[in-house]
Design a protein around this ligand. Structure first.
Ligand SMILES: Cc1cc2nc3c(=O)[nH]c(=O)nc-3n(C[C@H](O)[C@H](O)[C@H](O)COP(=O)(O)OP(=O)(O)OC[C@H]3O[C@@H](n4cnc5c(N)ncnc54)[C@H](O)[C@@H]3O)c2cc1C
Length: 352
């Protein structure tokens, strides 16, 4: 256990935050020892993996940071159609995707190059380029950090929805492994973002899984700040989900407003927010990056922080700043978008 530990290298915003206590966990035995540790029992705690979706609200975390780093990838079962793979929480997500792509397995190629660790992937149901991790998760293995009790959540029990899962609401639960089910034969998802155009421009007419993963990586590299070079958490805000009525109202003023349908199948609305007796309302997803851009923020810079000039959904820290600067910028953008469009935008990042 480390005391007064610097988390600068453990959050991709790169803020110089310190934690009162910090402990890396490399095995189940480490986890069981931690649960008995009196300092841990008495402290507020935080599970921190790659720190690529966390914003500390101050420069001192007065609690216990747990850094799960169990490693390992195992094939559990193979049929003619599918392969079940267990991956432990400390594996780096993009390495795991590279591994499955190199085996010719379908399912994770559109999620290539997302920063962070495998254990965090189910927490916000990571998604990109028309794919979400929920479509490949078979089950999630957890341990309760208060009692030491292990549990297995089936895909359904994870209650996945847009950037959400049950793991955002249940406290004290550490994900130590995730089982994935990947397909040996499948269909590639090419219709989101610029994937298809990129393939055409590069004369790839019959793309393979590897081509799609390489395309996603290339598109991401053009649009997003490089981790370790410019501080960010990728998309700072969630995309806006509005009623069809609101969308049509917006479209009368802004004919070019982009939109995506929100279907029940996509399970975009958190279950807890649903009323099964209510008449389903048609919903529309509007890219929040477009709203922020149209409100005039793209490329804006104020001292150490700003809005990324290639993607307005991304707030950046250029170094030497404090978390409060990002929080102030967040509030200004939220107010400005609300005043212009009447839409409340919510952070995707976990603010601690
Ligand atoms: C440049 C950039 C691009 C990004 N692009 C995308 C994208 O395309 N799509 C997307 O969905 N996200 C994206 N993100 C956000 C981020 O990469 C993902 O949310 C990622 O899954 C976070 O993983 P992490 O290991 O860094 O988790 P952390 O930031 O350390 O933690 C995130 C949350 O998960 C919890 N947590 C972490 N590990 C565990 C565990 N083992 N058990 C239980 N809870 C845990 C934490 O307490 C916290 O609440 C991007 C981030 C960056 C910096």
């Amino acid at each position: 256990m480390e005391k007064n530990f610097s988390l600068r290298e453990f959050n991709t915003f790169g803020f110089a935050v310190k934690a009162r206590y910090f402990q890396e966990l490399k095995s189940m035995d480490d986890i069981h020892d931690l649960i008995k540790n009196p300092e841990f029992k008495q402290s507020r705690h935080l599970i921190l993996s790659g720190g690529s979706n966390i914003l500390f609200s101050s420069e001192f975390f007065d609690g216990f940071v747990v850094y799960p780093n169990l490693k390992g990838i195992e094939t559990l079962e193979e049929t003619d159609e599918t392969v079940k793979i267990r991956c432990y929480c400390g594996e780096v997500w993009k390495d795991f995707v590279n591994y499955t792509v190199s085996k010719g397995l379908y399912g994770l190629e559109n999620l290539a190059d997302i920063p962070g660790k495998v254990g965090a992937a189910p927490v916000q149901n990571i998604g990109a380029y028309g794919a979400e991790v929920k479509d490949t998760v078979y089950q999630v293995h957890t341990i309760d950090l208060a009692t030491g009790k292990t549990n297995v959540f089936s895909n359904e029990e994870c209650q996945f929805s847009y950037r959400n899962s049950i793991f955002k609401t249940i406290k004290n639960t550490l994900i130590f492994a995730v089982d994935f089910v990947l397909k040996k034969h499948g269909e590639l998802k090419l219709d989101y973002g610029n994937i298809r155009n990129y393939l055409i421009n590069n004369n790839i007419s019959n793309p393979t899984i590897k081509d799609v993963a390489a395309t996603v990586k290339a598109i991401r590299a053009e649009k997003l700040p490089e981790v370790g070079v410019v501080g960010s958490v990728g998309s700072f805000f969630q995309n806006a989900i509005v009623s069809e009525e609101k969308y049509l109202e917006l479209k009368t003023t802004y004919q070019d407003v982009p939109s995506y349908p929100v279907t029940a199948e996509q399970n975009e609305i958190p279950r807890c927010a649903r009323n099964d007796n209510a008449v389903p309302q048609a919903l529309v997803k509007i890219p929040t990056g477009w709203l922020i851009d149209r409100a005039g923020w793209k490329g804006y810079r104020e001292n150490h922080v700003g809005v990324w000039d290639k993607q307005a959904l991304v707030l950046v820290h250029y170094g030497g700043g404090k978390p409060q600067e990002i929080l102030d910028l967040m509030k200004k953008i939220q107010e400005s978008v609300y005043n212009k469009f009447g839409i409340e935008i919510k952070p995707e990042v976990n603010i601690i």
